[in-house]
Ligand binder design. Structure first.
Ligand SMILES: Cc1ncc(COP(=O)(O)O)c(C=O)c1O
Length: 271
C-alpha cells in the first residue's frame, strides 16, 4: 500500500525531484502489533534531515495518523516515510518547488532478520569504500548509490552483510546497519561525522549504556583494532540488534551485550 500526501495511490510525478535528483530523505520503521517502533527516534531523524536539507517538516500528528492507519492489523511489517522536495525548480535550483511529496508505504518484513537475531550473522569486509561528505554525513538521504554498489558487492561475494571502511581505512558501518564492538566494559562505535548513516537503533543502543554500566566511545579505528573486540554486533531499525558470530576467519562467540539489548527491546519497546 502506498500513500502520497495523504491519498492512496502508487503513482508519483516523473518530475519529482526525489526521482530526478535524490532530493529528499527517508526513514524505515518496524511495525510490531500495529505499533510504530522507535517512533520518537524516527521523528528526530526527520526533524534533523528536514533542517539540514531545508525541507518543510510535516505535521507530526498527521504523519503519525497516516502511518497508524496503514499499520493497523499488521503483526510484523516495515513502513517507510519518504519526503522529497516535490516537482519544480530548474536543474538543481529549488526555486518554485511549492509542494513537497510525502510518500508512505507499508511492506512485508524481511523475515531473515528474525533468524539473524537468534543465530547471529557472519560478516565479510567490503573492498569498495565510502567517500566523505561532511554536508550529508549521518543523514538518511535518498542518495543511497554507495549502498546499492556495496549490496551488489556482498551479493557477488555471498556474504549476508559486511563491514564497510572509509577511504582512510577506518571502519564505518555495515552495508545496511550500524556497527558496535565491545572490549571489556567499553562499547565502541564508529565516528560518522564524515560518512555513514546515524541509525535510530544506534541512538537507542548508545542511550542504554549508562544504565548497563558500560562506557560508550565514538571512535575512528582501523579494522585490525576493531577485530580485537570481545564482542561485535550490528543494528538497524528492522533487524534490531544482531550478534556478529565472525568476521572473515575470526570468530566472536561472546554475545552477552547483544542478548541483553535484545532482552530490553523485547520487554520495553519504545513506540
Ligand atoms: C547504510 C546504513 N547505515 C545504518 C543504518 C541503520 O539505520 P537505522 O537504525 O535507522 O535503521 C541503515 C539502515 O538501513 C543503513 O542503510
Amino acid at each position: 500500500m502506498w500513500m502520497l500526501n495523504g491519498v492512496e495511490t502508487n503513482t508519483i510525478s516523473v518530475m519529482d525531484r526525489g526521482l530526478m535528483l535524490g532530493d529528499g530523505c527517508f526513514t524505515t520503521l518496524q511495525i510490531r502489533d500495529s505499533a510504530l517502533q522507535l517512533w520518537p527516534y524516527h521523528w528526530q531523524r526527520l526533524v534533523e534531515c528536514c533542517q539540514r536539507l531545508q525541507l518543510l517538516l510535516p505535521a507530526q500528528d498527521v504523519l503519525v495518523s497516516h502511518l497508524k492507519t496503514m499499520a493497523t492489523g499488521h503483526h510484523l511489517a516495515c513502513a517507510k516515510v519518504v519526503l522529497t522536495r516535490g516537482s519544480g525548480g530548474r536543474g538543481y535550483s529549488s526555486h518554485g518547488c511549492n509542494q513537497q511529496s510525502e510518500l508512505l508505504t507499508i511492506q512485508p518484513f524481511p523475515e531473515h532478520y528474525l533468524q539473524w537475531r537468534q543465530q547471529g550473522v557472519k560478516l565479510g569486509v567490503c573492498q569498495q569504500r565510502l567517500g566523505s561528505s561532511s554536508m550529508l554525513a549521518g543523514l538518511k538521504t535518498l542518495n543511497r548509490l554507495e549502498q546499492v554498489l556495496l549490496k551488489d558487492e556482498i551479493e557477488r561475494s555471498g556474504w549476508p552483510e559486511a563491514i564497510v571502511l572509509n577511504e582512510g581505512g577506518s571502519v564505518i558501518e555495515g552495508v545496511t546497519a550500524n556497527l558496535f564492538w565491545r572490549r571489556d566494559c567499553v562499547l565502541y562505535t564508529p565516528d560518522l561525522s564524515r560518512c555513514g548513516v546515524r541509525g535510530v537503533m544506534r541512538a537507542w543502543v548508545m542511550e542504554q549504556m549508562a544504565a548497563l554500566g558500560l562506557r560508550i566511545e565514538v571512535v575512528a579505528e582501523p579494522l585490525s583494532s576493531m577485530m580485537k573486540a570481545d564482542e561485535v554486533f550490528i543494528t538497524n531499525a528492522l533487524m534490531e540488534v544482531v550478534p556478529v558470530t565472525g568476521i572473515n576467519d575470526a570468530e566472536y562467540p561472546d554475545h552477552a551485550l547483544a542478548r541483553q539489548l535484545q532482552g530490553l527491546l523485547a520487554t520495553s519497546p519504545v513506540t
